[in-house]
Write a protein that binds this ligand. Structure first.
Ligand code: ATP
Ligand code: MG
Length: 255
């Protein structure tokens, strides 16, 4: 049986020039787990997510997704960087949803969802369309398939973005503050979609300020500050009984 973690970080370091951003991240995300990541602005949350799908290279340590090194192949003690095509192939397995929805503005909702399977996987349009219809239905937007992004609310656009990521049938979904650009009344629908995904067993890493979501849906919670994991555990424990002063101070500002 396949028992390795979906994501495993061992001593991950990342610098931008002289700025040391990630200072040795160790963590494991189990398959089907909803793994929440919180921390102050600038602590390195987005950078860490970007390392997971190799949008950023790491400077030291090891990062594995589904048992395979991200961006590298190991032979003996040596690492060989994968070619761009090989990286792209692996990135297909990882869906990413950002704070800003980044839909293609000249395409309808359903065209946005069909685009990657058709263009990247060479899938037949009819197959991609059938899946896109199912996915739009799943995110509660069956009636909006022909709307352009400009004709959708922010929350609806974000749900299309989630459907678009799911269209590649990823084994891991990364969410980077998916609701923080939304008006408060639109947040709930997006969180409901994410809750549904969690119930269906999707492995998810969620950077969020929604502590209610983390408490109710999260299986694990990590508090990051200044490029290190300060504290981790079950969300209920970390949120109600934080052990470190930095965690306490952060939570007192956001709860
Ligand atoms: N491409 C880059 N070049 C240089 N510095 C960068 C780059 N990307 C991020 N940084 C720096 O790395 C640090 C961590 O940024 P990151 O975006 O990971 O923080 P964050 O925890 O996601 O913050 P926020 O909550 O505001 O989104 C910041 O100081 C940022 O300025
Ligand atoms: Mg960020």
């Amino acid at each position: 049986m396949n028992t390795h973690p979906m994501v495993k970080a061992q001593g991950v370091h990342k610098s931008f020039g002289a700025a040391h951003i990630l200072k040795g991240i160790d963590l494991e995300v189990a398959p089907r787990e909803v793994f929440c990541l919180i921390g102050p602005s600038g602590s390195g949350k987005s950078t860490f997510l970007r390392c997971i799908n190799h949008l950023e290279q790491i400077n030291a340590g090891r990062l594995y997704v589904d048992g395979e090194l991200v961006g590298y192949r190991q032979k003996g003690d040596k690492l060989y960087e994968l070619k761009a095509g090989e990286v792209a192939l692996k990135r297909r397995d990882i869906g990413m949803v950002f704070q800003r929805f980044n839909l293609f503005p000249h395409m309808t909702a359903i065209e946005n969802v069909m685009e990657a399977p058709v263009q990247v996987k060479g899938e037949a349009k009819a197959v991609a369309r059938a899946r896109a219809e199912r996915l739009l239905d799943r995110v509660g937007l069956a009636g909006k398939a022909k709307n352009y992004p400009s004709q959708l609310s922010g929350g609806q656009q974000q749900r299309v973005a989630i459907a678009r990521a799911l269209a590649m049938e990823p084994k891991l979904m990364l969410f980077d503050e998916p609701t923080s650009a939304l008006d408060p009344e639109l947040v709930g629908d997006v969180l409901d979609v994410m809750r549904g995904l969690a119930e269906d067993g999707m492995t998810m890493i969620v950077v969020t300020h929604e502590m209610g979501f983390a408490r109710e849906v999260g299986d694990a919670l990590v508090f990051m500050d200044d490029g290190v994991v300060v504290e981790s555990g079950h969300p209920r424990d970390v949120l109600t009984n934080p052990q470190h002063d930095r965690t306490k101070s952060f939570l007192s500002k956001v709860l």
